[in-house]
Ligand binder design. Structure first.
Ligand SMILES: C[S@@+](CC[C@H](N)C(=O)[O-])C[C@H]1O[C@@H](n2cnc3c(N)ncnc32)[C@H](O)[C@@H]1O
Length: 272
């Protein structure tokens, strides 16, 4: 089976680049219980097994009527990559309601979340939950890309070329542009679908039923507001206690660690 080049690159980046970047910030994950918050297709998790975690639990709001782990394994294998022997026992997928993680306190050593917090309607509450389920010596690693106010922030730049249209164009203009794209690119119908194929999407239904609602639901947080939420340990503790209906706090996950020396290669898209 030949994969569309764009989709093949999507898989390669997940299998090869994400573990390298994760290790560069966090080191190996040897023996750790990992939560992938907003795990999506879980292809990244197959890649992350190369960092030797004990187990990765993927959690997402999306209910699937197929095995996400098996599907990820099939896609990765079809793309020509060897599967780690332990993927069946070391990966699992769970859904939740998008605000209350279905895990006991301190359950994980490492919470990983990649490209998710720009989609979450109440980031502060979910951050508090991430903190609740990570044990006191654990870590939370969050990659957010792209923020709404950035060049790629609409998540629609593949379909609408006007720079920064999302910052000033009304929704009906955006909707019209998506429809114009569909009319003028009939030949690209299946190329973009990748993970969405098994759900029976065409490009038309994908744009209308996935990308359009996604565009409307992006939380539009500016990066400084989000990093303020992360830095504000007191607020996170307060949210956590409200969530649990208790007044006790605790010292837990550390504050934010930035790698000021880290540089994206801005020429490549996506940037990992
Ligand atoms: C852009 S995808 C990223 C998926 C995956 N992390 C990756 O990079 O391949 C965003 C994911 O966030 C999930 N999501 C949206 N709201 C969420 C929430 N409140 N909690 C957890 N996941 C959520 C979506 O269902 C989707 O799978």
């Amino acid at each position: 089976m030949t994969l569309a080049p764009e989709y093949a690159e999507w898989i390669r980046a997940r299998i090869q680049n994400v573990p390298v970047m994760t290790r560069s910030f966090c080191g190996d994950l040897t023996g750790l219980e990992v939560l992938d918050l907003g795990c999506g297709d879980m292809m990244m998790d197959i890649g992350l097994l190369s960092l030797n975690p004990a187990h990765i639990t993927g959690v997402d709001v999306r209910v699937r009527d197929f095995s996400v782990v098996e599907h990820a394994a099939r896609e990765v294998s079809n793309a020509g990559y060897a599967l780690p022997d332990n993927y069946k026992t070391c990966l699992s997928y769970q859904t939740y309601d998008g605000s209350s993680l279905p895990f006991e306190d301190d359950r994980f050593d490492f919470v990983f979340s990649w490209g998710v917090f720009e989609h979450i309607s109440n980031p502060r509450a979910v951050l508090a939950e991430a903190r609740r389920v990570v044990n006191p010596s654990g870590r939370i690693f969050i990659v957010v890309w792209p923020w709404f106010h950035s060049f790629h922030g609409s998540h629609l730049v593949k379909y609408i070329s006007e720079p920064y249209f999302h910052l000033h164009r009304p929704d009906d203009w955006v909707w019209e542009q998506l429809n114009e794209y569909l009319e003028s690119h009939p030949e690209q119908a299946e190329e973009h679908l990748g993970f969405w194929r098994p759900e029976g999407y065409t490009l038309r239904s994908f744009l209308r039923e996935e990308m359009w609602p996604e565009y409307q639901s992006l939380n539009r947080y500016p990066a400084p507001v989000f990093t303020g939420c992360v830095r504000s340990r007191a607020d996170l503790r307060k949210d956590r206690n409200q969530h649990r209906g208790s007044s006790s706090g605790r010292n837990g996950a550390s504050g934010m660690l930035c790698r000021p020396d880290y540089r994206w290669d801005h020429r490549s898209f996506p940037p990992w």
